[in-house]
Design a protein around this ligand. Structure first.
Ligand code: PNS
Length: 163
């Protein structure tokens, strides 16, 4: 069974992520969306469970998507799940250096290759961190994230982020 991993923080999932997942899905029997448990970033806005719930909802129409959490090395998680391929979106050249480095490190650690998908141009400026910032100050994110995510952002900033 050809299995691919689409890893990330997904805090929260955006139309850019969804674009990559939807376009990768037909090429594999199974696509595991791998949500990192311990991002090397500031505290998450959404809990793992919330991120999973949003991902499940927005990928539900695809039929071959599995959502999982992981900690530690992505390649160890890939081996555990029999994934032969990592799929990443490339938005712009600014992504390239770091993504290339990670792809080469992952390849040298495990032999697992990374396939890059060029993000659709309308999403090339899009990132979860910018979405969080726009939503935090009451901006319109309806063209950036699916409605279920927009609603959760709205709710989160009304109630205040988790401590
Ligand atoms: O959405 P993000 O935050 O850009 O995703 C980054 C992620 C999770 C894909 C990356 O940080 C990752 O793969 N982390 C796992 C740790 C790992 O395997 N590091 C070695 C890769 S060189």
């Amino acid at each position: 069974m050809a299995t691919a991993l689409v890893p990330g923080s997904f805090d929260p999932v955006t139309y850019g992520h969804l674009d990559v997942i939807e376009r990768a899905a037909p090429f594999f029997d199974r696509v595991i969306v791998a949500v990192i448990r311990n991002p090397q970033k500031a505290a998450s806005l959404f809990s793992l469970e919330e991120r999973e719930a949003m991902l499940s909802e927005v990928t539900g129409h695809l039929g071959n998507i599995q959502i999982e959490y992981f900690a530690g090395l992505l390649v160890d998680f890939a081996r555990l799940h029999g994934a032969e391929t990592i799929v990443k979106g490339l938005r712009a050249v600014t992504d390239f250096d770091y993504e290339l480095q990670m792809a080469q490190m992952n390849q040298s650690l495990s032999g697992i290759d990374t396939f890059f998908l060029a993000t659709s141009p309308q999403y090339s400026f899009l990132s979860s961190s910018l979405v969080r910032e726009v939503a935090r100050y009451g901006g319109d994110v309806s063209s950036l994230v699916p409605p279920v995510v927009a609603a959760r952002l709205d709710q989160r900033f009304k109630e205040g982020p988790p401590a």
